[in-house]
Structures are given as structure tokens and as C-alpha cells.
Design a protein around this ligand. Sequence first.
Ligand code: UD1
Length: 329
Amino acid sequence: MKTPRILVTGAAGFVGSHTVDLLLAEGCQVMGVDDLSTGRMVNLRSASQSPHFRFVRADITGPAILDDLCSGFTPDAIIHLSGLVSVVRAQEEPDLNYRLNVHSTQLVAEAARRHGTRRVVFASSAAVYGDHPDLPLSESVFPHPISLYGTAKRASEELLLGHATSFGMETICLRYFNIFGPRQDPRSPYSGVISIFSERFAAGQPVTIFGDGSQTRDFVSVFDIARANVIAATRPGLSATVCNVCTGAPRRLLSVLDVFRSAYPEAPEPRFEGARPGEIQHSCGNPERATDRLGFRAEASFETALRDFIESTRPVPAPAEAPMLAVVR
Ligand code: UD1
């Protein structure tokens, strides 16, 4: 069988780098592109050792960039993961949100069409649902995003599905729920709660709980997200679709906190503050469609994946000083 050739945009980012690692482990030829505005080369340290990986530093919205990549590499599929990830920044800079989260998708879809790449996998988000009351969220409910970020993801989904209808392309939009795992940047105030907690517990600092901690989220390991991307890009015979990537099992924030506190029993008490304005209390996806249409099911046990992540971010203790040797004269 022919070795799959996969082009990954946003390859040096949190999700991108794990996706690249898994594609290489599965024997694919991989071309990664990233402008390194938020992605980091250190995330591709292991991938860069592989003779099957090539990396190009570029902004894919630049003139002819995607055409050059597609004509040189001739990908079988494109996994489009680059974009503006901060929901807050998307709200503050709507034009930037449009360029990075909508226009870039149109450029990817058109480059794929022109170069005969039938499969495009897209990083969509649970943000397309907005504050929908019917949980768990199924793809059949009408999306009603409440942020420009969610709106842009929704617009991108429609552009890709339009390419499927018009040109027979296999465009697969994956609605990721709350992703956690290694390589997520904890420094931004808008990072995922688990990466913020891991940094603060490791530094011996108190964490802040917004609200009473009873809120729930559908946390999904980045290793599962990478697996969903790889299946969507490489499994033969898939049709265009939109699928949640989630576990279907909501977790309370206080139970997440408990896992951290058992790993760091000496940690200071958490601080409680008012809930963040406009925030939803509960979020959970229905994972059935991804299982039916892609053959994907989240495998990582939440507690095990969270404990592994906590251990991977635990500071390494400084080596004990060597005992002084008595000088014998
Ligand atoms: C996610 C997005 C957010 C977006 C929302 C709706 C991420 C990281 N955040 O938020 O930008 O507006 O979906 O699409 O993708 N929390 C604390 N303490 C902290 C940090 C967070 O208590 O230090 C709480 C939050 O208030 C929230 C929960 O933890 O209730 C999860 O927060 P977060 O990881 O930011 O995810 P979402 O709220 O789902």
C-alpha cells in the first residue's frame, strides 16, 4: 500500500505537534508548516529526527504558499490546524480572527481542490454550539456560537462542506471539546484550566477556582485528539462529515482539583472567585457520531491521562549535594 503523504498546518503547535508525532509513528510522510507565531520548534524535537518529516516556516495565508507546498509535496490529505486559538483575542481583533480562522480555511480548501487533494481534516471546536441547553451536545443540534471565534469555526465548516458537495471532496470537521495534555502553553490567562493548574501546582502557588467548582467540562486528552486527526486523514472510504471529538463523560472542576491535590498534598489551598462573566456552567459532547462514521472512540482514561500529565510536568528535584570528603593529610 502507498505511504500516505499528509500536510499539517499549525504543525508546531499543541495539537499539531502531537498529530505529527502520531502520523510519523504510523508510517506516514509528513510535511509540517507553521509560522511559529505561537507554535514552537521544541514541540517538533522528536519529529525533526525523522527522515519522513519536513518542516517549512511560513504563514499559509501568504501568496502562493499553499500552492507551493501542495505542488512540491503532493499530499493525500491536509490536516488544517493553524489558526487563532484565543477566543478572547478573536473577539478583540475580528479581522485577524477572520483571516486566520476563516480565510485560511478557504485557501486550504481551494489549494486542495486545485492540486487534487481530496481529503481535508479541519480543527473545529465545541465553541460552535455556544450555550446550548441540550446535553450531551450532538452534531444534529443547530449550532449557535456566542463568540466570533465560534462563528469563524462554523463558517469554516460550511466552506469545507460546500467543497464536499460541489467537488466531491472528503472534508472532515472535528469539533474538539476541552483538550489537555503536554505542550499546551500555560502562560496565557486564557489557557485551558488543566495546563494552568499544572503550572501553578508545580510552582507551589495557589490556583483560582472561578465560581464554586461545580461546573463541568468534557476533557479530552491531546493524544486522543491526535488519534482522531490521524484516523480522519488516513482511513480510506470516509465521507465528508462533522463530528464531535469528546469523551461523553463530563468532569466537575472540583474533581479535577482533587486529582491535583492528591498529587501535591502540600499545595496551598485554592482561592475561590466569582464565576467568569458569560461563561457556561456545563459542557459535554455526544461521541457517537465519531464512532459510527470514523471508527474513533476516546481511549484515554481521564484520571490516568491527567495523572500522567501531572507527573510529566512535575519539577525535577535538584540533585542532593555530594557529601564533602574529609581531607586526610
Ligand atoms: C473554552 C475556551 C474559552 C471559550 C469557551 C467557550 C479554552 C482554554 N477556553 O473555555 O476561551 O470562551 O471554551 O467556547 O479553550 N477555570 C478556573 N480557574 C482557572 C481557569 C479556568 O476555575 O484558572 C474554570 C473556568 O472558569 C471554567 C473551567 O475552569 O469554568 C474550564 O475553563 P477553560 O479551560 O478555560 O475552558 P472553557 O471554560 O470551556
